[in-house]
Write a protein that binds this ligand. Structure first.
Ligand SMILES: Cc1cc2nc3c(=O)[nH]c(=O)nc-3n(C[C@H](O)[C@H](O)[C@H](O)COP(=O)(O)OP(=O)(O)OC[C@H]3O[C@@H](n4cnc5c(N)ncnc54)[C@H](O)[C@@H]3O)c2cc1C
Ligand code: SF4
Length: 372
């Protein structure tokens, strides 16, 4: 009996990993790829701003027992920010179509060669990855903030950081950021004017409102829903389901039945809950699964499959070990000599190199960035 597959591939999670995979796989199998994302879609203008809406802009499913303020305990919210608290680490991650791209700080930075030491697998060395960095940079539209004499494009904090770097004997340069300033690199579209990007999604030339980390309401950030996912959905007919929570992955046997003893050669059944429909359980058969639910979501889902449902019993015991948060430290300068006007311009604009790209020294390498 031949198995009737619903999809060639099911992708779980729509951040950077999930979006690129959805795009590539749906190009190969148009109309036969399903993307499952637990968060909401965010059309232009839909990100929360009022105190009332902001207070509920968190991810909270009562059964997941997040540490929430008292008045939100027990209230189900499908908001943008998922705050996780662990013994030695707290994390802020995103839930929404586009994953972390909806709240990240837009910076497109390639690691220096020295980062890729012998601990990295051969297929993840810099020379192997280089062509893909180039493609991602192009699709995400990474570029520095436009430099011209238009007064509204002047960002005081950028200049202050550059002056500070110079005085401190370091190099500061404008960073590539994934922000839309129009399709013509050399002649930016006037601030606030809308046009279609080269994938067909409408974007607004950045209005310098400095709200990049709480969701860009003018769609000026080049978030994944406006490029990779837009192409996947509109050109290659990928099926995108939002507010659905992947729950379980089970290998199937030659007759299409769930069978945890199988190794995936016949594919899988993926189970999810539809959060828009009273957590109704749904499932589909697929030849392959991409688990791209972010560091925490991926580990959590696979651990459940290994230890709770026992549907993927052979996953390594190393799962969930030896990872860290990213290396960011956030600090504030108060009582500076000059006003920095921090509430103007994309969140990060420049970087000052401290032994990361020049004179690499692992013991003290970092990059100093501004933030609005
Ligand atoms: C405030 C902030 C600023 C940052 N700034 C930068 C920056 O400037 N430059 C940079 O390179 N990086 C930055 N990062 C880091 C970057 O955003 C992440 O590294 C990146 O988003 C990780 O991509 P990912 O695909 O692994 O996962 P994510 O982007 O986290 O996507 C995972 C997706 O899976 C979904 N999901 C999880 N579990 C399930 C489930 N069970 N079912 C269905 N869906 C599920 C989640 O809702 C999410 O949408 C920043 C991060 C933050 C939080
Ligand atoms: S500054 Fe950030 S939030 Fe504001 S329009 Fe530009 S990209 Fe969007």
């Amino acid at each position: 009996m031949s198995i009737q597959y619903d999809y060639e591939a099911i992708v779980i999670g729509s951040g950077f990993g999930g979006s690129i995979n959805t795009c590539r796989l749906s190009k190969k199998w148009p109309g036969q790829v399903l993307l499952l994302e637990r968060g909401k879609r965010y059309p232009m203008g839909s990100f929360a701003r009022s105190p009332h809406d902001m207070a509920r802009n968190f991810w909270n499913l009562p059964q997941e027992k997040r540490d929430m303020p008292d008045k939100l305990q027990g209230e189900e919210c499908h908001g943008l920010f998922d705050i996780r608290n662990f013994d030695h680490m707290d994390a802020v991650i995103s839930a929404g179509l586009g994953g972390g791209s909806l709240i990240y700080a837009n910076v497109f930075l390639q690691p220096p060669d020295e980062v890729f030491d012998s601990n990295w697998p051969a297929n993840a060395q810099k020379d192997v990855l280089q062509p893909y960095y180039a493609i991602a940079k192009q699709v995400l539209g990474a570029r520095p903030i436009p430099q011209n004499n238009e007064p509204r494009r002047k960002i005081i904090r950028t200049e202050l950081f550059q002056n500070f770097a110079k005085a401190d004997g370091h190099d500061s340069k404008l960073l590539d950021i994934n922000v839309f300033f129009g399709n013509d690199f050399d002649n930016p579209t006037p601030i606030g004017v809308q046009e279609k990007n080269r994938y067909g999604a409408v974007q607004t030339s950045c209005v310098y409102c400095a709200e990049c980390d709480v969701g860009c309401n003018t769609h000026s950030k080049n978030t994944l829903d406006l490029n990779y996912l837009h192409v996947a959905e509109h050109r290659y007919q990928a099926h995108i389901h939002t507010q659905v929570l992947a729950q379980k992955i089970v290998p199937i046997d030659a007759s299409g039945q769930d069978n945890p003893a199988m190794n995936g050669e016949f594919g899988y059944r993926v189970y999810w809950q539809d959060l828009k429909d009273a957590h109704k359980e749904c499932s589909a058969l697929t030849r392959r699964v991409v688990v791209s639910a972010g560091t925490l979501g991926t580990n959590e889902l696979l651990m459940r499959c290994r230890d709770l449902h026992k549907t993927l019993p052979n996953i390594s015991q190393q799962l969930g070990r030896h990872f860290s948060g990213n290396g960011d430290f956030l600090s504030f300068v108060i009582e500076g000599d000059k006003p920095a006007d921090p509430n103007y311009g994309p969140v990060i604009t420049q970087g000052t190199d401290y032994n990361l790209f020049k004179n690499f020294d692992r013991s003290k390498a970092f990059i100093l960035e501004d933030a609005s």
